[in-house]
Design a protein around this ligand. Structure first.
Ligand SMILES: *Cc1c(COP(=O)(O)O)cnc(C)c1O
Length: 402
């Protein structure tokens, strides 16, 4: 190589994901700071009135107002887009703001949406309760079989929404198969990739049109801030999505963007460690006499393990399991734990255990819960960064209390 040739790594697209999310998107101010600067301001000034006019006409680059864009939020968006391999990204106030924006920006009264029934509680609320209130019909299907999506499509179906793995039972949906079905009907596929993270699964590469995140989870990963993100083509993100955010205001705060930028730098390290621990824990739990069933996408007992191995790089940082018995036994296990915390967040450095029946999925009738596979004996474990042996010992102690 001649020394005059440009260093290929000067092109960010030639860098590995780990490199992209340490350096990607950084825009240094005149002070040359190493870490990203936090711009905590709502407005921007223009050198002249003509310059202000040009920016409002979209004829000159530059920020206008914090609801539309902010330099720190921009850095977060660029870094997310580099990590995901997306053309564009937008940061939002919360994961739910991202889901609501992604779905609502694609529909109007008279349209129809198809969604997998096993969804994060608030996502299901949006699809099942709010959309019909606004004249958008919705159909929920069992997402495990792509044929169920095909059967639910209507001429006015504009969007298909799913999450995989699902919360809390870690069922899988075949993203590539559902993308083909959505596109054959002219509908957009929106994938909630929170449980898999960008490290373990790449929905855009599998055919999805939009991918959404609750950045509150693994992307922060340390229980500090709320945030969300939507990623996809420049056409969709710069068009429908940008307009929806600009006009309705679910914008990300600069402080949260800054915190999440720091979270992104360690995301691959954390998610790989947490996934490795989770796989070991799933293996230990699956052989335990007080455990009735284990749900883990890369475990040989998972009914969709072949799809899990094809679609996901690891089996996820979460493990769900049913204890022998019912709610009383599940409570006994959770209450006996010393390291693992009882909480409903996930993706955190601290391991967290949740009893979905009485917390995250409490508002559903028992019939709907059981239909989603959520039994009173089910516990969902979000594996953190503690020593795996400590987590296993903590769980063994808890299970011994049954
Ligand atoms: C947490 C979560 C959301 C919502 O994110 P918030 O940041 O809490 O608004 C959406 N989908 C899934 C799968 C989640 O786990």
């Amino acid at each position: 190589m001649s020394p005059k040739e440009k260093n290929p790594l000067a092109d960010p697209s030639r860098r590995a994901p780990e490199t992209r999310i340490v350096h990607g998107g950084t825009e240094r101010s005149q002070h040359g700071e190493t870490s990203e600067a936090m711009f905590v301001n709502s407005g921007f000034v223009y050198p002249t009135s003509a310059d202000a006019e040009a920016r409002f006409l979209n004829k000159a680059p530059g920020h206008i107002y914090g609801r539309f864009s902010n330099p720190t939020v921009d850095m977060f968006q660029k870094r997310m887009a580099l990590l995901e391999g997306a053309e564009a990204a937008r940061g939002l106030a919360t994961g739910m703001a991202a889901v609501t924006t992604a779905v609502m920006s694609q529909v109007r009264a008279g349209d129809h949406v198809v969604a997998a029934r096993a969804l994060f509680g608030s996502c299901r609320y949006l699809i099942e309760d709010y959309l019909p209130r606004w004249g958008v019909a919705s159909t929920l299907v069992d997402g495990r079989d792509p044929a169920n999506f095909a059967a639910a499509m209507q001429p006015n179906t504009k969007a298909v929404f799913l999450e995989t793995p699902t919360n809390p039972t870690l069922e899988l949906v075949d993203i590539a198969a559902v993308a083909d079905i959505a596109h054959a009907h002219g509908a957009k596929l929106v994938v909630d990739n929170v449980f898999a993270t960008p490290i373990n699964q790449s929905p855009l590469q599998l055919g999805a049109d939009l991918v959404v995140y609750s950045a509150t989870k693994h992307i922060d990963g340390q229980g500090r801030v709320l945030g969300g993100a939507i990623l996809g083509s420049q056409e969709l993100i710069g068009g429908d999505i940008h307009t929806f955010i600009r006009q309705t205001g679910p914008s990300m705060s600069p402080f949260n963007a800054w915190t999440l930028l720091k979270g992104l730098e360690t995301l691959p390290l954390r998610v790989r460690q947490q996934s490795e621990s989770a796989a070991r824990i799933a293996e230990v739990l699956s052989g335990h006499s007080k455990v009735a069933r284990v749900f883990y996408p890369h475990h040989q007992d998972h009914p969709q393990v072949e799809l899990g191995r094809r679609q996901m790089r690891t089996g996820s940082t979460l493990v769900a399991f049913e204890v022998a018995g019912g709610q009383a036994e599940a409570f006994k296990v959770a209450d006996a734990l010393a390291v693992i915390l009882i909480s409903n967040n996930l993706g955190d450095a601290k391991s967290i255990i949740t009893h979905p029946t009485t917390t995250t999925h409490q508002r559903f009738s028992e019939e709907v819960r059981l239909d989603m596979g959520i039994r009173p004996s089910l516990l969902r474990l979000s594996v953190g960064l503690e020593a795996t042996d400590d987590l296993i010992a903590d769980l063994m102690y808890g299970l011994d209390q049954i």
